[in-house]
Design a protein around this ligand. Structure first.
Ligand code: C5P
Length: 221
């Protein structure tokens, strides 16, 4: 069969990136983490002293920002003007600011344009919030991956480095806040596409989720 595009959306910490990366590996496809692109813009804004609320300066910044994604040994490498920022974009500071940055229309227009170009040739597994609804409405497979907020906070907690330890309840609160912000924004909010399959990973292993998505892909290729 021919190559297809796979869209994996859902709230923070549902396991999208791990699952998407593995599905891409299995299919020999390219994995694209769109959250990393919004995080790269948030990092660039932070470094330039641009506030997450400053629509005009963000619109300027996003015009010139040079973000590239490339496959690496353990996942995707993200570069900003050539500099490897893969680790920097996972900081708490970026995580706390990224949703407001991602709410601006100018930021979204620019990144969505890049994302569509990356998926033009098909053979892409893309994860994010608006992939099935807005970026790739024609994606052959669409999954909306969810999990309880408790499980999502616990997974994030286990990923924190020693220097960043925060109480689990605080993480839960921050994840819930980020979901609310992503769901309630005006431009392409986080919402399930009508034709997306909902997968609840609360009580599933990563392997089970991956196997299920690969089954969906098999019926389309
Ligand atoms: O996926 P990740 O948690 O790294 O995404 C960080 C943030 O980027 C999300 O909370 C959301 O605000 C934004 N985002 C988005 N649209 C996407 C991917 C991410 O608005 N397609």
């Amino acid at each position: 069969g021919g190559r297809i595009n796979v869209a994996i959306d859902g709230p923070a910490g549902a396991g999208k990136s791990t699952v998407a990366r593995r599905v891409a590996e299995q299919l020999g496809y390219i994995y694209i983490d769109t959250g990393a692109m919004y995080r790269a813009v948030a990092l660039a804004a932070n470094r330039a002293g641009v506030l997450p609320s400053d629509a005009d300066r963000l619109a300027e910044l996003v015009k010139t920002v040079d973000i590239t994604l490339e496959p690496g040994a353990d996942g995707q490498i993200v570069r900003l003007g050539g500099e490897n920022i893969t680790t920097d974009i996972r900081s708490r500071e970026v995580t706390l600011k990224v949703s407001e940055i991602a709410s601006h229309e100018a930021v979204r227009l620019r990144l969505v344009e890049m994302q569509r170009k990356l998926a033009e040739a098909k053979g892409v597994v893309m994860d994010g919030r608006d992939i099935g609804t807005h970026v790739l409405p024609g994606a052959e497979v669409k999954v909306f991956l969810v999990a309880s907020v408790q499980v999502r906070a616990l997974r994030r907690y286990q990923e924190l480095s020693e220097g960043e330890l925060v109480p689990l309840e605080q993480l839960e609160q921050e994840i819930a806040d980020r979901d609310r912000s992503d769901e309630s924004r005006e431009f392409s909010p986080l919402v399930r596409a009508k034709d997306a399959e909902v997968l609840d990973s609360t009580e599933l292993t990563i392997d089970q989720v991956v196997a299920h998505i690969l089954d969906l892909c098999r019926t389309k290729t």
